[in-house]
Structure formats: C-alpha cells, structure tokens
Design a protein around this ligand. Structure first.
Ligand code: F6P
Length: 412
C-alpha cells in the first residue's frame, strides 16, 4: 500500500521533550512542503476542564475513572486528527503529541488507524540526563497546567505526575512491529526500526540532528553590489562603494559586540565573498553553492521592468505563485528550500555560533524556517540591505533581533 499520509506518534514520559520534538518536526515538514499539524492531547484535556487544574492524582493509572477519561481524550484527538488528514489532499504529516507510554494505549491507536490509509511512525524520547530533564521541567512549570502556581508546589506535583507514568511505562519494542525511532538523551544515541519510506527516513534524519542548545545564527545579505546599483537581478558583480563600507561596518560590529561567531558561511558569488573579506584573518570562512542567489534563468541580468516588457508572461506567472514559480532554465523558491535542507540540519545540530552572508531569496527561505513563517509568505519577507539579523533559540522557537548597520546619512 502506498501512502502520502503519515502520522507521527510521540511516546515518552512527561518532560522528555515530546512537545519540543513535535513543534520542530511540524516546522520542518511544513517548510519542506507537507501539510503538517500538531494534535496535542494535553491541550484538549485543559480545554475540556476549562483550565481547572488536574493535579497528579488525575494521572495515576489506579484512578480508573481518570484513566478512562485520559484514554477517551486521546481517542477524541485521534478522531480529530484523522478527520483533518482526510480533508487535506496531497502530502500530509500529522503529529500526535501525547505520552502513549503503554502498549495498550498504543494498540488502541493502531487499531483505529488500521481502518485508514495512513502510515504510522512512533517517535519515542527517552532521557535520563538530569540536566536535560531539568531544562524540560523548567519549561513545563510555565505551561498552562501550572499558571500562577508557586514554582515549588508545581514542581512537586509535576514530579509526582512523572512517577505515576513511570510505574506503567513500557518502552516500544520490535514485537509491536511498527516503524519507530527512539531518541535517547537527545542526539546521543538512536534506535531505529522499520524505517521503510523516504519520508520516514527524511524525518528521522531531521530528528537525529535536533539539539536543545542550538547556537546563535547571524544572517546578513551581502553589501550593496553594482547589480543592486543598476537594479538588475542575478549576476555576479562586485560591491559598490557603499557595499564595501557595509562589509567593514559588519566586521566592526561583530568584532566589538557579537564576537562569539565560530564559522562564517557565504555563497560562491563575488558579492558575498567580498563582504566576508574583512573577516578572513580571524574567522573560518566557508563558501557554499547552496547559498547562491535564486537562479533567474533567462532573466538573469535584467531589471524587473525589462522582464515585464520582454517576458510579460514570466512577470505575470511569477506574481500568481511566487513560491513555486520556476524561472525558465532557473529556479523557484521551493528549489532553494530543497538545496537548503541539509544545511538546516547542520544549523539545528551545532551549538556553535554561525554567521551566514547570503542573498535575498536564500535569506527569505532561512528566515521562513526559523521564524515559522507560512510558506505562502516566504517569498515576500522584507530583507533590506545592510542589516544584521540575530536568531536565538529560546525553548521551542527562535527570537529575532535586527540591527541596521549602515544608515543613509553615514554613507561617505
Ligand atoms: O535584486 C537582488 C536579488 O538578490 C536578485 O538577484 C534576485 O533575483 C532577487 O533579489 C530575489 O528577489 P525576488 O524573488 O523578490 O525577485
């Protein structure tokens, strides 16, 4: 049976990073072009109880009334998920975020899913490292279950909740005969079983690069180029006088204020390499083709006005669907995402601080991923020249700071 629909089912004790994994996986699958959505059973429970607090006793499996309710919530959310998957056409990834820590619970899910044409992969997060659990606990104590509760009371209750789950926890085993990846102590060790499709393999590859301490990322376009001065797209021109001034400003800024960078990436085009020149003595600089600007094919070297006159259909078609429109003999934004996929894995994995000097379209694709911007909006993100953007990983998302380094009046 061939599938274009995959459900990823999380497994793990509370505070083992399931929601972190779900959100990251959702962001990645959306960015690479899948219709993707997270279904969170905890949120459903909180809504059901109108946010009145469920203390740890609710999670004790000897409390049969509560256990039945918890199973019901899981099945209700699964129904919602199936309904959603069946209304969406094309490639779909849904992520079922709950503990699913017993074989019985997993078999209930599988039984229901066997009636649907949906492929299944389990992702189990196992963690016994105190520092990782504590980081997760910290995040949990600010979540919706514990709003406005003193931290020590919340922590005590949450630890009791974990021990209720521990008593009945059964790790996934091969006899269950479903595809799975076990992530053991984030990035340290993995166990994979029956990864039997390209999509599962791609998602496993992503999961194997996840890190809870991803390094900071600085992003910048090259300094103004001669092609920018002339208003032409593509090309391989050198920097203008203003562009050279920006490269020095960028170096001074990094040197004085943000000097924790380990590696600088540029494209293979002259304008980014020249922008990185002041850094060459002190930093490790790597030039990568996957960071080159969008290939404008037969329009390379033209102004937008010239394209409108010479190739009116290109102008019109690109306006209709800028994300997917591929220039004849050139590329589309989705082609750029395709060539950036492996770089994203590197950036997710590394704890070191990285700077990337690249071009408008490439920056838009990177920002789209890190800032969770809907695919349809990516090709329109505003990325002016002469600004440095800093991205810092905070819990499940990235925070952005932007500094304009070269104001018009400073240019000499
Ligand atoms: O104009 C500078 C530039 O980097 C061009 O080389 C490139 O074709 C363009 O920006 C990308 O922007 P858009 O996709 O909006 O045309």
């Amino acid at each position: 049976m061939s599938h274009n629909k995959l459900i990823v089912i999380l497994v793990g004790l509370p505070a083992r990073g399931k929601s972190f994994i779900s959100k990251k996986l959702n962001r990645y699958s959306t960015w690479v072009g899948y219709n993707s959505k997270v279904f969170n059973v905890g949120n459903y429970r909180r809504e059901f109880f109108k946010n009145t607090f469920n203390d740890n006793k609710f999670f004790d499996s000897n409390n049969s009334e509560a256990k039945n309710l918890r199973d019901k919530f899981a099945m209700d959310v699964l129904e919602e998920l199936i309904k959603w998957m069946n209304t969406i056409t094309g490639n779909v990834v849904s992520i079922f975020d709950a503990t699913n820590t017993t074989k019985l619970r997993r078999s209930m899910l599988i039984k229901r899913l066997s009636k649907e044409n949906i492929d299944i992969m389990f992702v189990e997060s196992i963690c016994d490292k105190k520092n990782i659990i504590e980081k997760n606990l910290e995040m949990k104590l600010t979540n919706d279950d514990y709003v406005q509760m003193p931290a020590s009371v919340a922590l005590d209750d949450f630890k009791k909740r974990i021990s209720h789950y521990k008593r009945v926890y059964q790790t996934i085993d091969d006899d269950e005969d479903n595809s799975y990846i076990k992530i053991i102590n984030v990035q340290k060790s993995f166990h994979v079983f029956k990864i039997n499709s390209a999509l599962k393999l791609e998602l496993c590859n992503f999961l194997m690069n996840l890190n809870i301490n991803s390094g900071k990322i600085y992003l910048s376009r090259h300094g103004e180029s001669m092609d920018n001065v002339n208003g032409t797209i593509g090309g391989n021109s050198v920097l203008s006088r203003m562009g050279k001034q920006y490269s020095l400003k960028l170096f001074t800024h990094i040197h004085n204020d943000d000097n924790d960078i380990n590696t600088i990436y540029t494209s293979t085009l002259k304008r980014t390499i020249e922008t990185s020149k002041p850094f060459s003595k002190k930093y490790n600089i790597i030039n990568k083709k996957f960071l080159d600007e969008i290939n404008a094919g037969i329009c390379d070297g033209m102004t937008y006005d010239q394209i409108k006159i010479i190739y009116p259909d290109i102008s019109k078609d690109r306006k209709k669907d800028k994300l997917n429109y591929r220039y004849p003999y050139g590329e589309s934004y989705t082609d750029i995402i395709e060539r950036l996929k492996y770089f994203i894995l590197d950036l997710e994995r590394t704890e070191e601080c990285t700077m990337i000097i690249t071009h408008t379209a490439v920056l838009r694709c990177l920002l789209g991923y890190f800032l969770d911007i809907p695919l349809k909006d990516i090709a329109y993100i505003d990325v002016p020249l002469h600004r440095i953007i800093k991205l810092e990983s905070v819990a499940n998302h990235y925070e952005k700071t932007e500094i304009n380094l070269l104001k018009k009046k400073e240019i000499n």
